[in-house]
Design a protein around this ligand. Structure first.
Ligand SMILES: [Fe+2]
Length: 136
């Protein structure tokens, strides 16, 4: 069980935009690391720094996506940014409250569900607009 990844990243998760795919992978990797530490009994010490890392990296990632969407003139930009803001607020709250969780597995479930749904549904909508841009 300790060596089983919580989220298995496959080519099906890719959008074909190298920097975005790389960042998504980084986010999944951070969530997997949190899961790993929980499985090995070290979740208590690691949850706060990991959630802070996730919050900071999520911010970097959303800035990247939003800059590319703006550059591509993505028509549903505002709706997409609204989803990002909601998740940023939630991620910030998760990191502030990190030491209070009785059941951190619920945090993992939420993060896994949000990210996989967002990448496969919402991000997939903007992908064709951005792949048309040169140099991505
Ligand atoms: Fe997004």
């Amino acid at each position: 069980m300790k060596n089983v990844l919580y989220i298995v990243w496959t080519d099906n998760n890719k959008l074909g935009i190298p920097i975005i795919d790389e960042q998504h992978r980084g986010i999944v990797s951070t969530i997997n690391s949190l899961h790993y530490f929980m499985q090995t009994g070290h979740g208590g010490k690691i949850i706060k720094p990991t959630l802070i890392t996730l919050q900071q990296y999520t911010d970097i990632h959303f800035r990247t996506e939003e800059a590319l969407m703006a550059e591509a003139g993505y028509p549903a930009f505002d709706e997409h940014v609204k989803l990002h803001k909601e998740l940023m607020d939630k991620t910030r709250r998760l990191s502030v409250d990190a030491n209070k969780y009785e059941d951190p597995i619920e945090v993992l479930k939420f993060l896994k569900g949000w990210w996989l749904a967002h990448i496969s549904k919402e991000d997939r909508k903007y992908a064709p607009f951005i792949t048309k841009l040169a140099g991505t």
